[in-house]
Design a binder for this molecule. Structure first.
Ligand code: GLU
Length: 255
């Protein structure tokens, strides 16, 4: 299987913005093992801004554009250092790809991206993708990595996109405020009721929330790619996903 895995800032870092070392180590170990089992792995990783905040010892995530861009420049460096180190421990090779929305829309640039991706996969590398935050102002940005990962999954014709989040999946209501909210295991169509269930924003350090995840689901379903939202706190659950077990919420791609 060709699998794209997206990991969010809240999964990768503590609330301080500092790296969650145990989580990052487990994630890279599981992804390496999945690769050893013969699957192709593409990682879309957030965390540049969050890790920049931690490394620069800023009190909070900057709100202005130059602040976010500067924090991302510091954090992206740290992020790739961590992936390079951890994947190397398991004999795998990480490759950094930084993209903007413009790169995905422009035919020529998109073609360059697709060609590079295919060659990296052929060579057995693990592409690690993030938005190019230091140049991606609002007009040219994708804006969030849920959507970016769906564009990537569609582009490389992945079999599956997995969004690792700080929530178990899509619920009938916000489980943080509704005790009776129930997990929805499978979504074959984005009905108004499903879209209504997704309101609200995510964590203090990340960008996404359920709304961007449903945008990603819509892009994937349209492109015929299955997508799963699951909790990233236990990366080993990815083994269950690849074994075909029901984990989190699965959105069924149109076949
Ligand atoms: N590109 C951003 C970062 O690395 C994250 C965007 C997102 O979390 O969706 O910090």
């Amino acid at each position: 299987m060709r699998v794209v895995i997206k990991v969010g800032t809240s999964t990768l870092t503590h609330s301080t913005g500092r790296l969650n070392i145990r989580r990052a180590e487990t994630l890279c170990k599981v992804l390496s093992d999945i690769k050893n089992a013969g699957h192709e792995v593409v990682l879309v990783s957030s965390g540049a801004i969050g890790m920049g905040v931690g490394k620069l010892k800023l009190q909070s995530r900057p709100q202005d554009m130059p602040g976010k861009q500067a924090a991302a420049a510091v954090g992206q460096c740290e992020l790739m250092y961590v992936y390079d180190k951890l994947f190397s421990e398991y004999n795998h090779t990480a490759a950094q790809i930084l993209l903007t929305g413009e790169d995905m829309r422009d035919e020529k640039r998109h073609g360059n991206f697709a060609n590079t991706m295919l060659r990296l996969l052929e060579w057995g590398a693990i592409p690690v993708i993030n938005e190019n935050d230091t140049v991606a102002t609002d007009e040219i940005a994708v804006g969030d990595n849920d959507t970016l990962s769906a564009l990537v999954a569609a582009s490389v014709k992945a079999d599956l996109l997995v969004l690792l989040s700080d929530i178990d999946g899509l619920y009938t209501a916000d489980p943080r405020t509704h005790a009776d909210a129930a997990l929805i295991p499978e979504v074959a169509e984005l009905t108004p009721a499903i879209l209504a269930a997704a309101g609200g924003r995510g964590s203090a350090l990340g960008t996404g929330g359920m709304a961007t995840k449903l945008t990603a689901a819509s892009l994937c379903m349209e492109a015929g790619v299955d997508m799963i939202i699951m909790n990233g706190s236990r990366p080993a659950a990815l083994y269950d996903v690849l074994a075909g077990e029901a984990v989190g919420t699965r959105f069924i791609g149109r076949k």
